[in-house]
Design a protein around this ligand. Structure first.
Ligand code: NAD
Ligand code: WQD
Length: 339
């Protein structure tokens, strides 16, 4: 089976390539334009797996380059990670988000249709649930109003896939709604690429612990939660990666044309619990302060993951401590061996 991984130099894509190789899927072609990653990620993957990745350095919004990719290879499945993912950036520059995330998806689907690649796995997000009042959220929880252009690209992306699958009876798709992927590969050799402006909680924690940021701001201490801080469903990136291999196996045996799965642990954790876990497992004190709420944050969101457990046979293996330990190991590795 030949698998195209788009966004394979990125955070989740690179971890998924490792899982694919370790599960025996060695015919992998990765594609990336390094808009949020580095080509050297492939070297990191190689050092973990002893396997040399074949890849294209192209932008998937280019129809011509996307066509060339499909002309030169015969893909059985596509795992489509490539997208821009920053919520605040999408608010500042919505058109670039719609252009990048939707045009690349449309090009991929067009090529799948034309070159008879009939299996598609799509990276969606819990952000499609918006500000849900139903907790935990299941796949049938009504989707909310998107809180950002980024979330809207995922909502529309899901819609595009549904319609494309309806129009092509040979095509089958799995949509995976990730909750909050965190942590790094257990080796410490691979993790989330460093950003000078991290938006997400865990990169901010590790950069503060490393002295790259002075203080972590905890956004809001007056929510209606046990300690007043927001609740999220943090899930180890390798568990997310693992679900993609199970989704591939599922696609080869299912008769359903489209299926959606939540990927979260099912357990809601507060921001202060994350900080305490990080401090405890890594024997560190973090400089943090509770400040005002961040605009657009939902109070609490966590998954019901029963469907993925039942139909995919998926079981998240990594604890919150392991997420925090691996994230810190990766941050230290980044300081010693920057990409
Ligand atoms: P990432 O930014 O690390 O990886 C995405 C990769 O896609 C990057 O390497 C980037 O360079 C590449 N890319 C972007 N646009 C491209 C284009 N036009 N052509 C070629 N390559 C392109 O992000 P990630 O965290 O690995 O996320 C992967 C997917 O999962 C994304 O679709 C994201 O929206 C989704 N997702 C991520 C999270 C999260 O918190 N990390 C949560 C839910 C959903
Ligand atoms: C988690 C919690 C913050 C930073 C986003 C996207 C979502 C998905 C995952 C892609 C919140 C708090 C954060 C900080 C803090 N991505 N926080 N101080 O907002 O749940 O979800 O990433 O699909 O679509 O919206 O993740 O990591 O930004 O925040 O207190 O410096 O940490 O308020 O409660 P979020 P996050």
């Amino acid at each position: 089976m030949t698998v195209l991984v788009t966004g394979g130099a990125g955070y989740i894509g690179s971890h998924t390539i490792i899982e694919l190789i370790q599960k025996g899927y060695t015919n992998i072609i990765s594609v990336d334009n390094y808009s949020n990653s580095e080509e050297s990620t492939y070297k990191r993957i190689e050092s973990i797996t002893n396997y040399k990745i074949q890849y294209y350095s192209i932008d998937l919004t280019s129809k011509i380059d996307c066509e060339r990719l499909f002309e030169e290879n015969e893909f059985d499945a596509v795992i489509h990670f490539a997208a821009y993912k920053s919520v605040p950036e999408s608010v500042e520059n919505p058109l670039s988000y719609y252009r990048n995330n939707l045009n690349s998806l449309i090009n991929i689907i067009d090529c799948c249709n034309k070159y008879h690649c009939n299996q598609l796995i799509f990276s969606s997000s819990c952000s499609v649930y918006g500000n849900s009042t139903e907790l935990p959220v299941t796949e049938t929880t009504p989707l909310g109003i998107a809180e950002s252009p980024y979330a809207e690209t995922k909502f529309i992306g899901e819609r595009i896939i549904r319609d494309a699958v309806k129009a092509n009876s040979e095509m089958k798709a799995v949509i995976l709604r990730y909750f909050n992927p965190v942590g790094a590969h257990i080796s410490g050799k691979l993790g989330e690429p460093a950003s000078e402006r991290p938006n997400n909680l865990v990169p901010f924690i590790t950069q503060t612990a490393a002295g790259l940021k002075e203080k972590l701001k905890v956004f809001g201490g007056d929510y209606n939660t046990p300690d007043g801080t927001c609740i999220r469903d943090y899930i180890h990136v390798s568990d997310i990666a693992d679900a993609h291999i199970l989704a591939l196996e599922y696609l080869t045996k299912t008769n359903n044309n489209i299926e959606v799965f939540n990927l979260g642990t099912g357990k809601g954790v507060t921001v202060l619990e994350v900080i305490k876990s990080f401090e405890y497992v890594n024997k560190l004190n973090l400089n943090y302060e509770v400040v005002e709420r961040r605009k657009g944050d939902v109070e609490a969101v966590y998954a019901n993951n029963d469907k993925a457990v039942k139909l995919l046979g998926w079981k998240p293996k990594h604890s919150l401590s392991e997420m925090m330990e691996s994230a810190w190991k990766w941050q230290q590795n980044l300081l010693d061996d920057p990409i």
